[in-house]
Design a protein. Structure first.
Length: 332
């Protein structure tokens, strides 16, 4: 779509809609990123807190018998969080404790560094987890604790949020386009009024001017320029009218004399010499009228600044000598 072929109202509406879409998109994406980061930090905090509590429980165990006695506390700790599960592995990889809600964790996550949170997807479920090495008294090798947090609800929430965000963005774009059209059309009403007044101007109304009072500040310079143009047109039209009147006045007398003289000549039969004499007389009058017209055109051009000055090289001595000769004759 070529913006040059669109009306000013349509251009402003599209620009307003584009600005609204850009702002809403940036705001929505920023909110989405910040929300995901916030939930991720909350999940990390929950995992770290539960992991520290599990460490405290297991550090008090002494041997496998004592470890079995601590497992109910561990179950109670995890039971407060419905989406949290844990798996305790011995140094040889055997499972010492596994929550019923726990899922099998990929082998690569069992060797993750402590305090690092990992993510993976298992079917339709999304999980986050942390790995920690827990030292137990009377055992040379530490235990491996895997804490798993089901964040599927978070994923569904963000999917729904993004879906409604795009729907809301489309609705906002349409609404902003309609609102932008209304605002632009209302804002351009003074321009249409100026256009309506200007379209009514004619050669008979060049003396009229567009008033500045109802015109907004942004259009006042345009109105001033238009009024100045009308003033120049009016002045030129007046000059043209005066020039036409002057020509008619100056030519009326010689033309009338020429017509009268010609009628007198044609009133009766005359010889060839008389006709030739009258024709020469008419020719002199016509030449005089032609010079008069040239002089008046020259004056009209001079008044309107249409004469282009020409530069020529002259001999100043010849001009001075001619002036001396002229005034010498006058002095005599």
């Amino acid at each position: 779509m070529n913006m040059k072929h669109l009306s000013l109202t349509a251009r402003m509406s599209l620009m307003f809609m584009s600005a609204v879409i850009a702002v809403l998109t940036v705001a929505g994406l920023s909110f989405n990123m910040l929300s995901q980061h916030h939930f991720k930090m909350l999940d990390r905090q929950a995992l770290v807190e539960k992991l520290e509590s599990a460490k405290h429980i297991l550090n008090n165990a002494r041997g496998e018998a004592s470890l079995s006695e601590e497992l109910p506390q561990l179950r109670a700790l995890l039971g407060a969080h419905q989406d949290l599960a844990a798996t305790i592995l011995a140094s040889d990889g055997s499972v010492l404790f596994s929550d019923p809600r726990a899922v099998e964790v990929p082998e690569r996550f069992r060797r993750e560094n402590e305090q690092s949170m990992w993510e993976w997807q298992n079917g339709q479920h999304m999980y986050r987890g942390m790995t920690a090495q827990i030292s137990v008294a009377d055992q040379a090798e530490p235990l491996t604790a895997l804490l798993i947090l089901d964040v599927t609800n978070h994923t569904h929430f963000f999917d729904t949020l993004q879906r409604w965000f795009w729907i809301g963005l489309v609705i906002s774009a349409l609404f902003s386009a309609a609102l932008g059209w209304v605002v632009a059309r209302s804002g351009l009403r003074p321009l249409r009024q100026v256009t309506h007044v200007a379209s009514g101007m004619s050669a008979r109304s060049l003396q009229e001017r567009i008033p500045l009072e109802p015109v907004p500040r942004e259009l006042q310079q345009l109105v001033l320029s238009f009024n100045a143009m009308l003033a120049r047109l009016e002045d030129a039209f007046v000059r043209l009218s005066n020039f036409s009147a002057d020509i008619a006045h100056e030519l009326r007398t010689p033309v009338s004399n020429l017509m009268t003289h010609t009628e007198v000549v044609l009133s009766k039969k005359r010889d060839i010499n008389a006709y030739e004499e009258n024709l020469y007389s008419n020719l002199e009058d016509l030449k005089r009228m032609s010079r008069m017209i040239d002089d008046m055109l020259f004056l009209a051009k001079a008044d309107n600044g249409l004469i282009i000055p020409e530069q020529a090289r002259i001999e100043l001595a010849d001009v001075v000598f001619k002036l001396f000769d002229y005034y010498h004759l006058l002095a005599e």
